[in-house]
Unconditional design. Structure first.
Length: 238
């Protein structure tokens, strides 16, 4: 292994640290909930290996418990994970020169959290292939490890709330936000999104508040960024 590859592996691990710290406790929670819902240990572990989606896996468990048909469950999980197609489409142009199996392996491991890191690093043109694949592989492994630990300790736990595992995913997103919000515009948009989400929740919009805040603030951020670039280009031409 060359020094460059070793450095890329190290960088990938360091980039993955906030995600690992979030995935393991949430994976434990998923493993416990899955066992308590009557799902076998093998199927619980296979779900984390093959699906790799916290929200979709939890939804699938709830639907299985309710006795919903497999076709409906598969369709629901597919719709929930459709955003991954957008992630892959956004990152795709940066993967020129990669082999098909490297692209397939990399795309399979993309999640909301890893996409946030990849998008920033690719935009800066500072992400090596080895580093990118390492991030996905390590975070996927952390999710599988968390699920396995949940399976192991699941029989001895009736409730998981006292461990505060339900807050782990929120804490992870906060850590990622701190890392990614490196400009005043990013900080402003993040704070505005939080305010809008909170106000809409207080107004009784329980299920759409985060989506509304995301759409409004991401659109506003894009408009401001394009306006700033246009203004800068005019100043440069003058």
């Amino acid at each position: 292994m060359s020094k460059r590859q070793a450095d890329s592996l190290k960088a990938g691990f360091l980039q993955s640290t906030p995600i690992i710290l979030g995935y393991i406790p949430v994976g434990i929670a998923f493993g416990v909930l899955s066992l308590n819902s009557g799902i076998s240990s093998l199927n619980t572990l296979l779900m984390s290996v093959m699906v790799l989606g916290a929200a979709s896996q939890l939804i699938a468990i709830q639907l299985l418990v309710l006795g919903i048909s497999p076709i409906v469950i598969i369709a629901t999980v597919f719709v929930v994970n459709l955003r991954h197609m957008l992630f892959s489409s956004a990152i795709g142009p940066h993967l020129k020169g990669w082999s098909w199996y490297e692209i397939a392996f990399f795309s399979y491991g993309i999640t909301d959290e890893s996409f946030a890191i990849h998008a920033r690093k690719f935009e800066e043109k500072s992400l090596e292939k080895t580093e990118a694949i390492t991030i996905n592989a390590i975070t996927h492994g952390a999710w599988i490890l968390g699920t396995y630990l949940g399976i192991v300790i699941g029989p001895s736990l009736q409730k998981i709330n006292f461990l505060a595992l339900d807050y782990a995913l929120v804490a992870m997103f906060i850590a990622l936000l701190v890392i990614l919000a490196r400009t005043w515009l990013s900080v402003f948009i993040a704070l505005l999104a939080g305010v809008i989400a909170t106000l809409t929740l207080l107004k009784g919009i329980n299920h759409w508040n985060i989506i509304l805040a995301t759409v409004i603030c991401s659109t506003l951020g894009l408009i401001i960024e394009l306006w700033n670039k246009k203004k800068s280009s005019r100043s440069f031409s003058e």
